[in-house]
Design a protein around this ligand. Structure first.
Ligand SMILES: Cc1cc2nc3c(=O)[nH]c(=O)nc-3n(C[C@H](O)[C@H](O)[C@H](O)COP(=O)(O)O)c2cc1C
Length: 199
């Protein structure tokens, strides 16, 4: 069993999504002690943005192409992927988007068919640990403006992931009391998360 742990917040030790993703990995590890863990910190070692040179496989970017293939292999080989997601400007960080651009690859994680695109990453579990300054839960006025969780749900569904859980800490920038209650609610949800990793 392999677990890929991704962090994408730029806020280091202050980051709530990092705190949640670390606790999620610890919970899964406790129940699956033999699990292999790879941690990829996209703020410490950023994945370069895609460019035309990459797509043309120009010799000048062969190292970067190899790095991109490593990123893709890590994802394909993982049974469980835990992602710390910080909400920036209503969406995911550009660091996380650069990673997504390396794992959503035709012929690898999805393919085009006569009946439309088909996801190939079907036997994978994804857990999102989301941290948001505002309050975006269903039924609030900001729900429609949230493009991090909603985008990640769409893109992972596109590549065939059906087992996706979301742990969200909301309202972290509203007040100290909101930060505390939002974080507490996320940890409560985490303690109820199914820790079984297999299909
Ligand atoms: C550059 C930046 C942009 C942000 N944009 C938003 C935003 O659009 N909406 C929001 O609710 N919070 C926003 N926030 C607050 C973050 O969502 C909040 O700090 C959250 O805790 C970030 O996750 P982290 O703690 O893992 O870094 C922003 C924070 C930063 C640093």
């Amino acid at each position: 069993m392999k677990l890929l742990h991704i962090d994408s917040s730029i806020l280091g030790e202050q980051s709530v999504s990092r705190m949640l993703s670390r606790a999620t990995v610890e919970r899964l590890k406790e129940h699956n002690p033999a699990i292999d863990i790879i941690h990829r910190d996209l703020a410490a070692v950023p994945v370069p943005h895609l460019t035309g040179d990459h797509l043309a496989a120009s010799p000048a970017v062969m190292d970067e192409i190899a790095f991109g293939e490593k990123i893709l292999d890590e994802f394909i080989n993982a049974d469980v992927v835990v992602i710390g997601v910080a909400l920036y400007n209503l969406t995911i960080s550009s660091q996380l988007k650069a990673w997504i651009d390396r794992i959503v690859i035709a012929g690898k994680t999805f393919r085009y068919t006569e009946n439309g695109p088909e996801g190939l990453a079907q036997e994978k579990r994804v857990i999102l640990d989301v941290a948001r300054g505002g309050q975006y839960r269903q039924g609030t006025s900001l729900t429609a403006s949230e493009h991090a969780e909603s985008y990640l749900r769409s893109i992972f569904a596109f590549i065939g992931v059906t087992r996706l859980d979301v742990i969200a800490a909301d309202g972290l920038a509203v007040s100290d009391a909101h930060r505390e209650s939002g974080t507490r609610a996320a940890f409560e949800a985490l303690s109820a998360l199914d820790p079984r990793c297999g299909f």
